[in-house]
Design a protein around this ligand. Structure first.
Ligand code: GSH
Length: 214
């Protein structure tokens, strides 16, 4: 399999964590330089018309896109260790946490959205940074409350083993750190982040550990 990746992509970071947790190494990695517009190159658009990273090209010829779909594919094809709980309520909780990050925070602060604010709408850089911070805080405040008050929260977002929820949380926090967001109001999120980063699978997936890191 070939992973289309970019060190700073938090969606690709999710897939890197999942691959590491499953002990699966892609045969090849292609780095798509997002700042230089590699995602809009014709050869990449032929693979993923959305022009977004990551994508996972399988030996069978299929090209998988959307990080959560890729992570669930890996979970189904490599069941150990499971990234979703065995019980339906637990699975719904883990997916809800993952989706609150992947659908409700991440897309609002994606590169193309920030570029549109600046380039097309002419928003000032400080306003763009304010936009970023606002949507991270809206998402993190609710997630902090949920994780702090629910008894299903353990060492990780759900119990004492990492799940799809942690796979989404850690990259989003890394992104927030890069943008200088104050994380002190989110002690539960940062506690879980620290527990995750103590695991080699998470640590090795970090942006600064990737071959294309700048
Ligand atoms: N929902 C998609 C999001 C993918 C995505 O937005 N990737 C970002 C990097 S984290 C990207 O490729 N951005 C390129 C751009 O904004 O032009 C997923 O989970 O895979």
């Amino acid at each position: 399999m070939r992973l289309y990746d970019y060190f700073r992509s938090s969606a690709a970071y999710r897939v890197r964590i999942a691959l590491n947790l499953k002990g699966v190494a892609p045969d090849e990695r292609t780095f798509v330089h997002l700042r230089m517009g590699g995602q809009r190159a014709q050869d990449y658009l032929a693979l993923n018309p959305q022009g977004l990273v990551p994508a996972l090209a399988l030996d069978e010829g299929a090209v998988l896109t959307q990080s959560l779909a890729i992570v669930e594919y890996l979970d189904e094809t490599h069941p150990e260790p499971p990234l979703l709980p065995a019980d339906p309520i637990g699975r719904a909780r883990v997916r809800a946490i993952a989706l609150s990050i992947a659908c409700d925070i991440h897309p609002l602060d994606n590169l193309r959205v920030l570029n549109y604010l600046i380039g097309t709408l002419g928003v000032a850089r400080e306003q763009k940074d304010g936009w970023y911070k606002y949507w991270v805080d809206v998402g993190f405040e609710a997630l902090e409350k949920k994780l702090a008050q629910e008894r299903e929260t353990g060492v990780f977002c759900h119990g004492n083993e990492p799940t799809l929820a942690d796979v989404c949380l850690v990259p989003q926090i890394a992104n927030a750190r890069r943008f200088g967001i104050d994380l002190s109001p989110y002690p539960t999120l940062t506690r879980i982040e620290a527990a995750c980063l103590a695991l080699p699978a998470f640590a090795a997936a970090a942006p600064e550990r990737q071959p294309d890191a700048e």
